[in-house]
Design a protein around this ligand. Structure first.
Ligand SMILES: [Zn+2]
Length: 276
């Protein structure tokens, strides 16, 4: 198998994988989406009753949204996750499930209106490195006299349980595109080239493809050329891409997915040995 990393930025990966099979690609895609864990807010406690500001003014602990909607919004805010540190709370080897710094992050949010509560207002209790990476996610707009005092708890989970714990988004692969045609074919005109929605065909003199990897295998050119262009996908070469929401970097998510796959296959191998 040959792997070429085309892009590995903080939150986005694009990789060319050759000499592989669709089943392998699908395992990797599914593991990234469903099994790589990350931290997300699971419990939210809302303060009820009046809240007194430092100025002595009394605020109502109400917001224009239902508490459930605010809790849901909080759960979708990406929380930085160090997979070397955190483990699932239910099986935490330090606290046995009661909640400790190895399995739980506590946050507080104390905001008074008028104004908008943002993810930057969600303050971690303790280590400031655990604050949401994106400070500008709006949560709720508070009116005059409205206030919100919240305690929230984030724990580790996987996309299999809830989308808020999904570490990778938009994980997808496509077969490496193959376009077969005769470059000297006079029926391949500018008109045929113009049907391409990603503009990778040119008919100046010889017919040619400018960037084959952009091809979406839509076959519009095959139709427009009456079959003079043949479009297919190589089932052994794949363009694979995914993004993360910032809780993990793309590289961390990929490494975690490969670790999980390795562990699963080791378990399978051990199980098969046990049969004989
Ligand atoms: Zn713990």
């Amino acid at each position: 198998m040959k792997v070429t990393v085309r892009q590995m930025s903080d939150q986005e990966a694009r990789i060319l994988i050759e000499d592989a099979e669709p089943t392998f690609m699908n395992s990797l895609r599914r593991t990234l989406t469903a099994n790589v864990p990350k931290m997300a807010i699971e419990e939210v406690e809302f303060h009820l009753g009046p809240i007194r500001g430092e100025d002595g003014k009394e605020y109502e602990s109400v917001t224009p949204l239902f508490d459930e909607i605010i809790a849901h919004r909080l759960s979708l805010i990406p929380i930085p996750t160090d997979l070397e540190v955190f483990e699932p709370r239910a099986t935490c080897s330090t606290c046995g499930g009661e909640g400790c710094p190895h399995c739980t992050i506590m946050f507080s949010l104390n905001k008074r209106g008028p104004g908008t509560a943002f993810s930057r207002d969600l303050l971690p209790v303790g280590d400031t490195k655990l604050a949401p990476r994106d400070p500008d996610i709006p949560i709720v707009k508070l009116g005059d006299g409205q206030a919100m005092l919240i305690y929230a708890t984030a724990i580790l989970g996987t996309g299999e349980d809830h989308a808020k714990w999904q570490a990778a988004q938009g994980a997808a692969y496509k077969f490496y595109p193959i376009l077969e045609f005769d470059p000297k074919d006079k029926t391949l005109t500018e008109e045929v080239a113009s049907v391409c929605p990603v503009n990778i065909l040119e008919a100046n003199g010889e017919f040619r493809v400018t960037d084959i990897e952009k091809c979406t295998l839509c076959r519009l050119c095959e139709e427009a050329s009456d079959g003079q262009i043949k479009v297919s996908g190589d089932p052994t070469r794949f363009l694979f891409r995914f993004e993360t929401d910032g809780a993990l970097t793309a590289e961390q998510a990929l490494n975690a997915a490969l670790d999980i796959l390795r562990h699963k296959f080791e378990e399978l191998a051990a199980g098969i040995e046990g049969l004989t």
